[in-house]
Write a protein that binds this ligand. Sequence first.
Ligand code: HEM
Ligand SMILES: *[C@@H]1O[C@H](CO)[C@@H](O)[C@H](O)[C@H]1NC(C)=O
Ligand SMILES: *[C@@H]1O[C@H](CO)[C@@H](O)[C@H](O)[C@H]1NC(C)=O
Ligand SMILES: *[C@@H]1O[C@H](CO)[C@@H](O)[C@H](O)[C@H]1NC(C)=O
Length: 378
Amino acid sequence: MTKFAAFMILAMVRLAVTLPAYESLAGLSEREIGEFININGVARIPNPPAPLPENDNGLKLVNDPAHPFIAAGPNDIRGPCSALNTLASHGYLPRNGAARPDQLVTGVMEGLNLGNDFAKFLVYQAFLMNGNPLTNLMSIGMKTPETGPDPPKPALVGGLSQHGTFEGDTSMTRVDAFFRDQAVFNETLFQEFTEFSTKYGFNGTYDLNAVAELRHQRLLDSMANNPELVFASPRILSAYSEAVFPTIFFVDGRLNNRQLTIDAARHFFDFQMMPADFHRQPAPVNFTIIDPLVSEIFNKHPFTPGVNKGKGNFVLMLETPSLSDFCGIYEDIVLRVIPGQYPKPTGALKQALNTNLDFFYGAVSAEHDCKQVFPYGK
Ligand code: HEM
Ligand SMILES: *[C@@H]1O[C@H](CO)[C@@H](O)[C@H](O)[C@H]1NC(C)=O
Ligand SMILES: *[C@@H]1O[C@H](CO)[C@@H](O)[C@H](O)[C@H]1NC(C)=O
Ligand SMILES: *[C@@H]1O[C@H](CO)[C@@H](O)[C@H](O)[C@H]1NC(C)=O
């Protein structure tokens, strides 16, 4: 990180000589971007990390002395994801909240025992929508100059908090962007999380029953109150999988009963901290484990994707892929969402995007039979 930070400062200083403003390249012509790349190059893109070795992929104390909790300082970025926030606060990710995709994959494998394919699927998807392909850095929260000069608009490089990309409506502990900051923990919503756990969960825990009811309620709430609700691909997939994740990854691996106590939930969601003595999952968690749980909560309260045209006026979107259409959602991300930000990339930018698209497809195809699609040719 320090080496790269030094490189970035150097790059920015050099750029300042040739260009009027260095914080952002947004709005510059392709020729000017080309000059930037000629002068500074693009960051080297490391290959995705391998799975954890078999002798070190099991149960393990992860809130350990090598990874002490240190609360985020004023310059440390945190965002909408309780898992990544927590991993940054324990040093499994750079504590400042700006990270390379490979660091994110390693951090979630080591800290929470996400399976390699599953980790790559989440990270490269997010990176393509929210990261900076030229500097190979992504913010886990708001947009920041720490991810370096941006490629030309309409690229957003907005970080994970960027609404309407990975981040979307009906979150469990965050309000919809229409109302106010969509990335910040909301106590009122956490009280609802607690009530649903008390009412529907075994022994007051957030278990799969509670998940199904809360997820449904959050959708009903946004349908009734958010005039600009968007609940279509790709948001539907993250909304339903993120609801399930805490019952797996936030439960101590020694117990591993898929029943999250409110105390442990409070630690991760609110304090961005692992509970004392926390152990990760006893084996890498892959799609084979996640997919049936997502189907189970969907089947309790099925929905059709759509958007609100005013409060309470939910209009179905029959052209968007449904939650069960994993390959359709993959294609929607690659052929619609990403080209929306990178309509006609050329040169090193196109190369960087294609490299990350290949990494993304590698994860998609590991446990799902989808065919690769190419927005920018092969
Ligand atoms: C591995 C890469 C990951 C990335 C890139 C990622 C990214 C994100 C993003 C962008 C959101 C915001 C979505 C929204 O609510 O609008 C989010 C929410 C969330 N993430 Fe992650 N996440 C990752 C892994 C995980 C893991 C391993 C967990 C395990 C528990 C997790 C748990 C959650 C939860 C529970 C939320 C929902 C917060 C809420 O609705 O209140 N994430 N994540
Ligand atoms: C938290 O969410 C509730 C319910 O949506 C809302 O009324 C309240 O203003 C939010 N609080 C903050 C601090 O954003
Ligand atoms: C129910 O929760 C309490 C308090 O967290 C705990 O001590 C008890 O062991 C739990 N009971 C069962 C049957 O899991
Ligand atoms: C997924 O995880 C399960 C449980 O650990 C394991 O049995 C299975 O082989 C894994 N599948 C793949 C495709 O890695």
